[in-house]
Design a protein around this ligand. Structure first.
Ligand code: AMP
Length: 199
């Protein structure tokens, strides 16, 4: 199963990716996690990405496209994967389309988590308060507001890109975590049975 989780920062993509990973025994490919690991290890990619990420801007397409291309070719992705935080621009989506086509692979679904942006800002404020200030460099209200703006301008257009492929499914991400997971599971199960009927 090959899935994309789409939605603004804080929508719960990572949480749902972990549920799906356990249910389907396929890896979660989070470009954010991979980039944070690169920043921590001070690799050339990490050094390039560090300040961009702290501001809440997007790392250049060529950098993330290469990270994903390398990761998808690893053995644990043979049965599928869950993309969490990639693609984030139309250029990345087009790069992914070619990457998959070159390998004779197709996406099963693009799951959009729909959320209320004001509620997201409140969640991040709570997280900052609970942790006593020990948060990710980009996990502040200011950085979140910027990341939401970047999402609206650069990532939200992907909703139309994937709607046109017929692969887009939208879920209310403001529900309780378990309810969101259950709804995604139902959708994937019914898509799977439709695909079987279709042959
Ligand atoms: P995330 O953990 O997915 O919210 O990503 C954290 C940060 O990593 C983002 O705000 C970007 O700076 C960077 N990043 C993650 N994924 C991508 C991507 N697909 N394209 C560009 N930048 C990304």
């Amino acid at each position: 199963m090959r899935l994309i989780l789409l939605g603004p920062p804080g929508a719960g993509k990572g949480t749902q990716a972990k549920v799906l990973m356990a249910a389907h025994d396929i890896p979660q490919l989070s470009t954010g996690d991979m980039l944070r690991a690169a920043v921590k290890a001070e690799t050339p990619v990490g050094l390039k990405a560090k300040d961009i990420m702290a501001r809440g801007d997007l790392v250049p397409d060529a950098v993330v496209n290469q990270i994903v291309a390398d990761r998808i070719d690893m053995a644990d992705c043979a049965r599928g994967f869950i993309l969490d935080g990639f693609p984030r621009t139309v250029a990345q989506a087009e790069a992914l389309d070619s990457l998959l086509a070159e390998r004779g692979l197709a996406l099963d679904a693009v799951v959009e988590l729909q959320v209320d942006e004001e509620a997201l800002a409140a969640r991040v404020e709570n997280r900052a308060a609970e942790s006593g200030g020990e948060v990710r460099a980009d996990d502040t209200v200011e950085a979140l507001r910027h990341r939401l703006k970047v999402y609206r301008e650069q990532t939200a257009p992907l909703i139309d890109h994937y709607r046109a492929t017929g692969k887009l499914v939208s879920v209310d991400g403001m529900q309780a975590i378990d309810d969101v997971s259950a709804q995604i599971a139902d959708i994937l199960a019914s898509e799977g049975s439709q695909a079987q009927v279709a042959g």
